[in-house]
Design a protein around this ligand. Structure first.
Ligand SMILES: C[S@@+](CC[C@H](N)C(=O)[O-])C[C@H]1O[C@@H](n2cnc3c(N)ncnc32)[C@H](O)[C@@H]1O
Length: 348
């Protein structure tokens, strides 16, 4: 479709560019790591995944060690997080017995890569969240939300227009603005997204998935831990961005050959989850969260057993996760759960 001429709303364009079965970026590539286009926290250091696993186990303990516990990873990428999760489980036999691990992944190409890497009978791949039957359930997503297409609107002279991309022979030609319907204006207004000027970013598809997750949390009990890069206060800026071979790319160029992401609006997610009667902790930075969970102490223990070269590599990687100039500040952590269990490890 994208190889022909056509006009696409921003979300439809991203959907095609990332997930089209033929030309989509996630259908053709393994984008992760040095050889790919970008790197994520689980690939930077296994300590990231170890901390999250121990956090998940602590949550299970807080819930009273239920015999059946579902852990769902949303968008597992190349499977690195889950691989570490399975390794850590070996030290916690009681938890290992109770937990069932689900991977919720859309890309067939990535499912193959994950299956190769993980190779563990405890792990089940699902296409729909309806396949999760046992609760309590803990959902976890690292950089999941930022890969789900968003809609964009532009406010001009107090009127709202949806942004579209016109393509010619499969290449970007120009942007087109179309007046927004009353129905859509009401949706944006209900979510307090309307500003006097600038760009409005609306994660319609992401919120639909969140609705499904919220329903599961209400029916099975449990929660959702989300880590992503984003902001608390929207400022009317266009946050769509793209990386190709670790370098900036204009998101409508190299269609299907580069990733497209955006900054997640955490205030919106917060409000949305609160509205749906979930209990929320204050949103914290990745640095705050990982430090509270003891990542530095863990590194100190590990560094006693390794060479100087390995030690400097370990601290270089931790610095990438924690530094305010790198991932530490821009990445935020959100946890929402059903009201019966208050759990604030890592947030206080
Ligand atoms: C940026 S990657 C993050 C990968 C991984 N969590 C990490 O930290 O390395 C986004 C992941 O979400 C998956 N994804 C995006 N939209 C999805 C959807 N609607 N349903 C399931 N998986 C999706 C992508 O295929 C990819 O695995």
């Amino acid at each position: 479709m994208i190889s022909q001429n056509g006009i696409y709303s921003v979300d439809k364009f991203i959907e095609k560019a990332l997930y089209d079965k033929k030309i989509g970026y996630y259908s053709q590539n393994n984008p992760f790591g040095k050889k790919g286009d970008f790197i994520t926290a689980p690939l930077i250091s296994p300590l990231f995944s170890e901390m999250i696993t121990v956090w998940a186990i602590s949550y299970w303990i807080k819930l009273g060690k239920p015999n059946k516990f579902s852990f769902v990873e949303l968008g597992p990428g190349d499977g690195t997080f889950c691989k570490t999760f399975c390794r850590v489980l070996e030290n916690f036999p009681e938890f290992k017995k109770s937990v069932k691990i689900y991977l919720f992944e859309k890309s067939t190409k990535l499912i193959k890569i994950q299956k190769n890497l993980i190779n563990n009978k405890k792990v089940v791949w699902i296409k729909s969240l309806n396949e999760i039957k046992d609760g309590p359930v803990l959902f976890f997503g690292n950089e999941f939300f930022d890969s789900i297409p968003i809609k964009q609107f532009e406010v001009k002279k107090f009127k709202i227009y949806e942004k579209f991309l016109q393509l010619k022979k499969g290449q970007f030609d120009k942007f087109i603005l179309k007046k927004t319907s009353q129905n859509m204006t009401k949706k944006l207004s209900d979510l307090n997204l309307i500003k006097k000027k600038g760009i409005i970013e609306y994660p319609e598809q992401g919120l639909k998935i969140l609705d499904h997750i919220i329903k599961k949390i209400h029916s099975l009990k449990g929660g959702i831990l989300l880590i992503d890069y984003g902001y608390i206060e929207a400022n009317g800026k266009d946050t769509l961005q793209s990386l190709k071979s670790h370098k900036k790319n204009i998101y409508y160029k190299n269609i299907g050959k580069a990733d497209i992401t955006y900054l997640v609006n955490f205030q919106l997610l917060n409000k949305y989850l609160l509205k749906q009667r979930l209990l929320l902790n204050k949103i914290v930075s990745q640095s705050f969260f990982l430090k509270k969970l003891g990542i530095i102490e863990r590194a100190e223990i590990l560094s006693k057993k390794i060479s100087f070269k390995e030690k400097s590599d370990l601290y270089y990687r931790i610095e990438r996760l924690l530094s305010g100039k790198k991932m530490g500040k821009l990445f935020k952590v959100l946890f929402a759960s059903n009201k019966e269990t208050k759990f604030n490890l890592g947030f206080k």
